[in-house]
Design a binder for this molecule. Structure first.
Ligand code: MCN
Ligand code: CUM
Length: 806
């Protein structure tokens, strides 16, 4: 080999490819305040929209008087449902097969619902005009409890559906019922439960919460009446889907619509759905011929955009006396709010909740989910949730703890004896999934050893004794969680959104001087795609990640894709990226062989070049090959070096993890302190360990928030009690615990580079870990189940209820 050429290790290091903790390229602009978010977009003559929102959770809209608002200097228009009706836009379809009011049509169904849309010269005038719109309401009875909603004779919320006994997902058995969705063998499960030696039964509530991204939702719509082109900038997690929906709703041909997601300040699923603000802004721009901006404020975001969870999960789990699980039965009452606007793949009205058998080899199971309307904001699938996997993991990880209690067994051991074994993969679950790969026992043992589990249990037992002797008022909880995620929606054959199959894409152009631009159908909201997807490519095509620009989010340039949510970017677009890279490499091989005057099969790829087999001194670097692709006429080959790949994954990927925390809690104040958090994640092949660690830290912090204090709470009148950051707990660095991360690496057998997703894992596994720690602290005193969030007041009440205050 040429002495001047860097050695092979250096060449690999220069690529900054797979496995490299490359610094995030996007952070140069983010940390300097140079990001370009929707609200940074300013266009000449731009107008500003703002909503009149309902103060009531359920009321008839008797009249709307816009005269005073229109009279205000600077107000251009005030839209109500009456203005949208002739366009057929006063209601819009939801992703879940329901429909949703864009502006109140006769009545309002939740507090904060959009009633009228004011368009004005600036944001301040718009806000003033909102105050001047006079709406006459007639209050109606409010239902915030999904169980009350289903009682006979309950007030009918959705009068528009009156008389409709079936909806998008089958039969509706009550006017406030949306669907019953079932999976598994009900009769067989009930038979097993009836015969079982031990059965544990519990109702687990996963409360309503909200992703609360730092940047709220917003858009700028700009209709160019001269060339007939509509441009829509917005906080969209799925820009191509927004383009298709906008075309279908507006009748504007799709090539005349350009949707752009600029930098997004956190999405977390909050920015998947279509909101009235987008529709109203587009209409307003078409009507006025001017660009119209709408950006919601914090209260609007918390009160009216996609919430998360609100699942009442009634479980029964059976086992032998030795602790081998024999069956699982689950019934969910799912509070969907006023409209079913869940952003699930179409055929899955409860998302992937039927992953609720978790990491365990459970022979028979059944799950039924009843969707219910209430007077609350719509949404439901958001917040690092992988389509309800958060709820499923919380359910099974609580049920395991409850069963351990029933069996008087150690919960870590109960998990171990029920884990799906390594040799059982690919594993077919009782509820119909095929888990691609896993090695749970290795991960669990590594985790238990890392925290010195036996030592912790011994310490805990001593603490309980000391507490009983009156020597301390502090208890200690060990929070265990082992989760299996399901991410990468998904095979087109069973996953679609509004009929669009959930594939994803990557298009690569190699430039003559050996650098590249790649465009994907996904869109980063902080996950670092510009950094990590360049790393996948670097390893595939032998060009340094630093010489590859990743672009996403502009439908005029990016290939069609279904967007970023459900941790699908790596499993789907990441696979497309690797495969498009392989197409580049295949052509590069032919060019190299031609240049080296050997047969195609006589050259092989080595890091950043093609080498003649058996003659390592004879090679062509990818840089040389790229140049040749553009400046030489190569017989039988088109000039240029480009490729595109649309990838339909054969299956989803099943990342997993073992999380353990140690919590001290003060029985008299209800105060908790997290002493230690250990999080082991297995996401298959790791692209960028540092980015993964960042994802895990973020997700754990959100899990901590959800488990320990965050909630969207309503009073009996349907008033949202947590609409500001004074009431809605958002942890800062002060509350955030310290984390230790770890990993095992079990590649996905069907993904081109073996990678699984990771973005949602820490939230899926983190919530049960923190919640289980609280429960575990009180286990010695008989606590079975206490609902989240475990704030100081609720913990104090547990202690009070158990008689620990003397
Ligand atoms: N990654 C990796 N190696 C792997 C898997 C992932 O290096 N084996 C990297 C990826 O290349 C990517 C990141 O980790 O840069 C997350 O990848 P992935 O798990 O594929 O998730 P997505 O990119 O599809 O992101 C979606 C996921 C979801 S659904 C929510 S919700 C969430 C999350 O990401 N929202 C986030 N993490 C977030 N992080 C930030 N900063 N902001 C959000 O809004
Ligand atoms: Cu469910 S939150 Mo993420 O899928 O955008």
């Amino acid at each position: 080999m040429n002495d001047l050429s860097p050695d092979r290790d250096d060449r690999i290091a220069n690529l900054k490819g797979l496995g490299c903790s490359r610094k995030r390229v996007e952070d140069a602009r983010f940390t300097q305040g140079k990001g370009n978010y929707v609200d940074d977009i300013k266009m000449p003559g731009m107008l500003h929209g703002d909503f009149v929102r309902s103060p009531y959770a359920h009321a008839r809209v008797v009249s709307i008087n816009i005269d005073a608002a229109m009279a205000l200097d600077g107000v251009v228009a005030v839209l109500t449902a009456k203005d949208l009706e002739p366009l057929g836009l006063h209601w819009m379809p939801t992703l879940a097969g329901d429909k949703q009011m864009v502006l109140a049509d006769g009545k309002v169904l939740f507090q904060g619902q959009e009633v009228a849309y004011v368009v004005a010269r600036d944001r301040y005038v718009a806000a003033d005009a909102v105050e001047l719109v006079e709406v006459d309401y007639e209050e109606l009875p409010v239902i915030v409890d999904p169980f009350k909603a289903l009682e006979p004779g309950a007030t009918v919320l959705r009068e528009d559906l009156e008389g409709q006994t079936s909806g998008a997902h089958g039969e509706r058995r009550h006017p406030n019922h949306i669907f019953l969705w079932e999976e598994g063998d009900k009769a067989a499960t009930e038979a097993v439960l009836d015969e079982a030696e031990v059965v544990a039964e519990e109702t687990i509530y996963y409360h309503r919460t909200h992703p609360c991204p730092l940047e709220t939702c917003g858009c700028v719509a700009s209709m160019d009446k001269v060339n007939g082109k509509l441009t829509l900038y917005g906080t969209f997690q799925a820009p191509h889907v927004v383009r298709t929906v906008a075309s279908l709703l507006s009748g504007i041909e799709e090539h005349n619509i350009r949707v752009v997601s600029p930098d997004i300040g956190g999405g977390f699923g909050n920015k998947v759905g279509v909101y009235p603000g987008y529709v109203c802004s587009i209409v307003a721009s078409i009507v006025t011929g001017k660009p119209v901006k709408w950006v919601e404020d914090r209260m609007e975001n918390l009160m009216a955009t996609a919430f998360a969870r609100d699942y009442w999960m009634k479980g029964r789990i059976s086992a032998t006396k030795e602790g081998k699980i024999t069956g699982l039965h689950c019934h969910v009452t799912a509070d969907h709010g006023a409209f079913d606007a869940c952003a699930d793949p179409t055929k899955f009205p409860a998302g992937f909740f039927h992953i609720c058998t978790g990491s365990y080899d459970i022979p028979v199971a059944y799950v039924g989910v009843d969707g219910v309307y209430t007077n609350k904001a719509p949404g439901g699938v958001a917040y690092r949730c992988s389509f309800r996997v958060t709820e499923a993991a919380y359910f099974i990880e609580r049920m395991i703890e409850v069963l351990a209690q029933e069996l008087n067994m150690d919960a870590a051991e109960l998990r171990r004896i029920n884990f799906i074994r390594k040799d059982q993969f690919p594993y077919h679950s009782a509820l119909g999934w095929e888990y691609d790969s896993g090695d749970y026992h290795t991960a669990w043992d590594k985790a238990l050893t890392a925290v010195n589990y036996d030592g912790l249990r011994a310490e805990q037992a001593e603490r309980v004794e000391a507490f009983k002797r009156g020597e301390t008022r502090k208890l200690m909880g060990i929070g265990l969680s082992f989760f299996t995620e399901i991410v990468g929606a998904g095979p087109v054959k069973n996953c679609d959104i509004l009929g669009m199959g959930m594939f994803d894409s990557c298009e690569i152009r190699i430039h003559p001087t050996g650098s590249a631009t790649a465009r994907l159908g996904t869109i980063s909201q902080g996950q670092g795609h510009a950094t990590t997807f360049a790393q996948i490519l670097a390893s595939e095509i032998g060009i340094s990640a630093d010489s590859i620009t990743i672009e996403e989010g502009d439908t005029d340039t990016a290939p069609y894709g279904l967007g970023t949510y459900g941790s699908r970017s790596t499993p789907v677009a990441g696979a497309a990226t690797a495969l498009a890279g392989r197409k580049i490499r295949a052509k590069a091989q032919m060019i190299a062989a031609y240049l080296l005057e050997v047969h195609d099969n006589d050259v092989e790829f080595d890091v950043d070049r093609f080498v003649v087999k058996g003659a390592p001194e004879r090679f062509k670097t990818m840089k040389e090959i790229a140049y040749a692709a553009y400046n030489q006429a190569i017989p039988g080959l088109e000039p240029g070096l480009e490729a595109v790949s649309y990838y339909d994954p054969p299956n989803m990927t099943y990342p997993f993890g073992a999380y353990i925390c140690v919590m001290d809690l003060d029985v008299d104040t209800g105060q908790t302190e997290i002493r230690q958090v250990y999080a082991l994640d297995d996401c298959g092949t790791r692209i960028n360990p540092m980015v993964i660690e960042g994802q895990v830290h973020g997700g754990l912090t959100e899990a901590y928030a959800i488990a320990m204090g965050q909630e969207i709470a309503y009073d009996e009148m349907g008033n949202c009690k947590t609409g500001t950051l004074m009431d809605f707990f958002l942890p800062t660095a002060v509350e955030t615990p310290h984390y230790t991360t770890d990993f095992t690496e079990t590649p996905s057998p069907h993904h081109p580079i073996g990678a699984k997703g990771v973005g949602e894992s820490p939230n899926v596994g983190g919530v049960p870990m923190f919640s289980n720690a609280v429960h575990d602290a009180f286990r010695a005193f008989g606590l079975r189940q206490s609902h989240m969030p475990h704030d100081h007041w609720r913990i104090w009440r547990i202690a009070e209820g158990l008689g620990l205050h003397g």
